[in-house]
Design a protein around this ligand. Sequence first.
Ligand code: FAD
Ligand code: SAM
Length: 592
Amino acid sequence: MNLGFADLSWKDNNPFSQSYGDFYSSKKGSYAEAKHVFIEGNRLEEKFLSLEAGTTFSIVEVGFGAGINFLTTCQEWLKEDKSNQFLDYIAFDETLFNVEDFKKTIKQCPELKEVSRVFINNYPVNISGTQRIYFKDYRISLTLILGDIKSSFSYLTNASDIDVWYLDGFAPDKNPDMWSKEIFKQMNLSSHRDTTFSTFTSARLVKNNLEQSGFIYELAEGFSNKRHMLKGKAQSAAVKEGSKKNIAVIGSGIAGSILAYKLAQRGHKVDVYEQNEAACSGASGNDILITYPRLSAFDSPYARFCLHSFLFASSFYDQLKTNAWHNSGVLLMSHDESSLKRQNSLLNARPDNELFEELSHEEASKRAGLQLNNGGILFEKGGYIEPKALCQDLLSHKNINLKLSSTVEKIDLDNNNLKLTINGEVSEYQEVCLCAGYTSKDLLNFSGLSSKRGQISYVDSSKEFENLKFPICASGYFSPKTKGSHILGSSYSDVTNDSVLEEEHISNKKKLKVIHNFNVTINGGNVGFRAVTKDRLPLVGCNKGIYVNTGHGSRGSTSSPLCAEIIADLIDNRPLPVDHEVAIALDANRFN
Ligand SMILES: Cc1cc2nc3c(=O)[nH]c(=O)nc-3n(C[C@H](O)[C@H](O)[C@H](O)COP(=O)(O)OP(=O)(O)OC[C@H]3O[C@@H](n4cnc5c(N)ncnc54)[C@H](O)[C@@H]3O)c2cc1C
Ligand SMILES: C[S@@+](CC[C@H](N)C(=O)[O-])C[C@H]1O[C@@H](n2cnc3c(N)ncnc32)[C@H](O)[C@@H]1O
């Protein structure tokens, strides 16, 4: 969960790797070197100018380092309007620069001032595995895979559309793992006939491995005092694919709406079917949903999903710039022995305040604007969404056609054509995404999904707590004032009817007592049915030719953005925003 930072020292203000005994970039200027070796070495200016509308251009970098090549590429990308294209930048490294070292490095590159300011605001976190960061206004995504290249490069196993490779390990004699035969073999498998590569080195080992793996190279003038560098192309018959599709999304809750939006943004035409008269009126129909993670101090696919999905969700909502997202922070209270134990192990694993901060009882009360019963840990990137307003915003995308009062009765797959029967009429699609909450299993007949009723209570505001600054979560949760009331949540029961029940208000009030000994007046409630799985991970992936995105349990606002990204990448046949183990842990067929 907590990866160390790059082990470096400084020589004339240039970062120098202690572990590999080499500089990260040329002492003659890292920006100029990046331009010469990687931008010009791959004729990126020309390639970017001739991109067709709707194209995703992908670059893979082996050796992310301080990110100078990444930022130089971003700067090149931004030279011309790219409102219709997308840059997918995938980078591998074993460690990340800490932000102070990054700031010191980037001072040497005044040309990158603007892009690096944006990068610092979205700086990656030093956690192992795959993380994806969107720079939405730039139409760029950075997928950073932190870990040893010997195991992490298998991330590209299913990738076939990489346009450009940047090879930027340390000098091959000091860092052979970054130049191994396995790397070049995988590069070739993931290339198409127009793929190019470049690197600063012209070492014999690199030439041999390129040749043996099906690349054609040429020697070019090296940067500064280096005589030669290498550039060239893949010998491959594969043709890059990139067609836009007609896609149906079933369900307009938070899972379906975010997925429809992501697909629409990528240029697909999306019909969203909702059986109710209004969008977002199933489990997502609460006034607010609190966005915070379920973290573990131990590394597992479950823990990685929880952490990455939280960071991804927070950044996704931030970048939407919508009033329906309140980045208030969320306090997870330590209220009993087991929560205290869990929080202590988290704090031991991650004492650097990057993901959460420990707040004493006194400090927590001060920051919350309310005298609380205990302290806890504060997730600064947490907050809460107003799902109805959010889904409405998302579904208004020009490529989305929302079809209300439209019940999908049947899905048929014949001869690779997907046919939906909707209110008795049949429509055909190239892809179908099932985001119908707990009823998804009625349409596709799969195992592992059940429903759990939940009721929230609306609480009249009072002077005592009207200034509450952020949601407090313990065994239940209590929210800041929204639309005149506070939300107190929530019950978790097997009752199957959807009426608001007095006994569930009483159980919610009991949960509130853990947070503070208020006497509250309840003025109403709302009931929903969560789609839950046995292992508390959502069901995400392809099942019988249908993309499934459900089982978000009690954390749909946290898990939906990353799961939507996974489905969109599966449909576009692109590398996923999570590693293989996580994708397998989420697999929609895992209970069948
Ligand atoms: C009381 C309560 C409190 C909660 N609090 C939180 C919280 O604080 N934070 C958080 O992150 N999560 C919370 N959750 C969980 C969260 O609400 C869910 O994880 C999330 O809403 C799931 O979204 P979804 O889009 O998968 O499902 P839904 O919102 O249920 O959407 C499914 C949609 O599909 C439609 N549909 C179903 N079948 C068909 C069909 N055949 N044809 C057409 N349409 C169909 C439904 O009408 C529905 O609109 C809470 C849940 C409950 C019940
Ligand atoms: C020359 S630097 C990269 C500089 C970078 N491209 C930039 O723009 O700042 C080489 C990088 O390779 C990484 N590296 C070396 N060995 C590795 C390994 N076995 N697995 C993953 N990354 C490795 C180092 O951590 C270092 O950041």
